[in-house]
Ligand binder design. Structure first.
Ligand code: MRU
Length: 363
């Protein structure tokens, strides 16, 4: 019991990707982990845009939270403006931040929530509107912690002692406010003394699995084994994996899932070997206004991410390159969606709407 308490304490002292302290915004620079653990203070909307674009802060919920705080930067010096002009400045900044990354819907969702809150304050003084915006950003952040905890509780029911669990990219503490989505069930189970072995796909090209997932699991003593992406089928074929859990950047109304490139391949492999394939996500990742996965915009990133590994060149100069950052896993390959409202099973179009009825109505 004492050991479980210690483990649980460790789990809740995982690194924080985003912090708002006395009106200042700090992010943990994830491009430097695990070599350097450094926080960077964000001082302008432009800097926040750049940090999101360059993946200094990344993971769908974390970029939503950062976007909300990012809006506050600069606006606090504008409280002398009329309410209309103040809201206009806010909307301009929201539109700008929204261009940083197109696939994860949480960024758009959080920015829209901030704009809505400001519009509801129409007629009030700009200082009051600003204070409401601070409150909204703090609420978005705090709510995410609760959502992750609930996802963890529901997902932990899938985990038994001695299981091998495979995950892709990083959907852990670094990608959210606390705990993670895909990793939350693992942390909760680990905190309760359930022994698991996690296989972390390295996740080329930017190695979020190797650099971030392996690192954060190690921090709290979860047994983690790093594998290259192309080893997953072999490891699964050896009977070492009982469960796959990944995160999501956007879930369409029919349950199709956009997540880090390579997720779909993993889902196809899991079907071949009859391994349950779960996607963990909060409601802020579900986009009822997008009917199916093919309508989701897939971010294409710079060629250099593929032709280089860190500062090392790994491809001949001039070679043609593609670098889609995400792919779409068809809903029929997904065993269940682990959400704060429980595990949603197929058929997703009707079951997602039932579980999130009031959210679906608003879209
Ligand atoms: O490009 P990234 O590192 O932001 O991609 C992150 C992912 O694909 C995660 O799985 C997803 O955002 C869920 S994070 C809880």
């Amino acid at each position: 019991m004492a050991a479980d308490g210690q483990r649980m304490k460790a789990v809740f002292s995982l690194p924080r990707s985003v912090r708002w302290v006395s009106g200042e915004l700090y992010i943990l620079d994830q491009t430097q982990i695990p070599s350097h653990i450094v926080e960077e203070r964000q001082q302008s909307v432009e800097q926040v845009w750049d940090s999101i674009k360059r993946l200094k802060v990344r993971g769908a919920p974390a970029i939503g939270i950062t976007g909300a705080y990012g809006l506050l930067l600069g606006l606090k010096d504008m409280t002398g403006l009329s309410a209309d002009r103040f809201i206009g400045e806010l909307e301009r900044r929201a539109d700008f931040l929204n261009t940083a990354r197109p696939t994860a819907v949480n960024l758009k969702w959080a920015l829209a929530r901030m704009v809505k809150r400001a519009r509801e304050c129409k007629g009030k003084d700009s200082t009051i509107i600003y204070n409401h915006l601070v409150e909204e950003a703090l609420q978005i952040h705090d709510e995410d912690k609760k959502l992750c905890r609930r996802i963890g509780e529901h997902g932990a029911k899938l985990i038994d002692n001695g299981m091998g669990i495979l995950t892709h990219c990083n959907a852990g503490a670094l990608a959210v406010s606390e705990l993670g989505t895909a990793l939350a069930p693992i942390y909760i189970a680990h905190g309760r003394g359930v022994r698991v072995r996690v296989y972390a796909d390295e996740t080329r090209p930017l190695l979020q699995g190797a650099r971030l997932t392996a690192w954060e699991l190690q921090q709290v003593g979860v047994n983690v084994t790093l594998i290259c992406d192309n080893m997953a089928a072999h490891i699964i074929s050896q009977g070492l994996v009982n469960l796959i859990i990944v995160g999501a950047d956007r879930v369409a109304a029919n349950g199709d899932v956009a997540n880090k490139i390579g997720t779909m391949g993993l889902a196809i492999i899991s079907r071949h070997f009859s391994i349950p394939f779960y996607v963990a996500c909060p409601y802020s990742t579900i986009d009822f206004s997008t009917p199916k996965g093919s309508k989701i915009i897939i971010e294409e990133r710079e060629e250099a991410e593929v032709t280089h590994c860190g500062s090392c060149t790994v491809a001949p100069e001039g070679v043609l390159v593609r670098n889609p950052a995400f792919d779409i896993t068809p809903n029929e390959l997904i065993t269940g969606l682990i959400t704060e409202r429980g595990i949603i099973r197929p058929p997703y179009d009707s079951n997602l709407r039932k579980a999130f009825e009031e959210k679906a109505m608003k879209e």
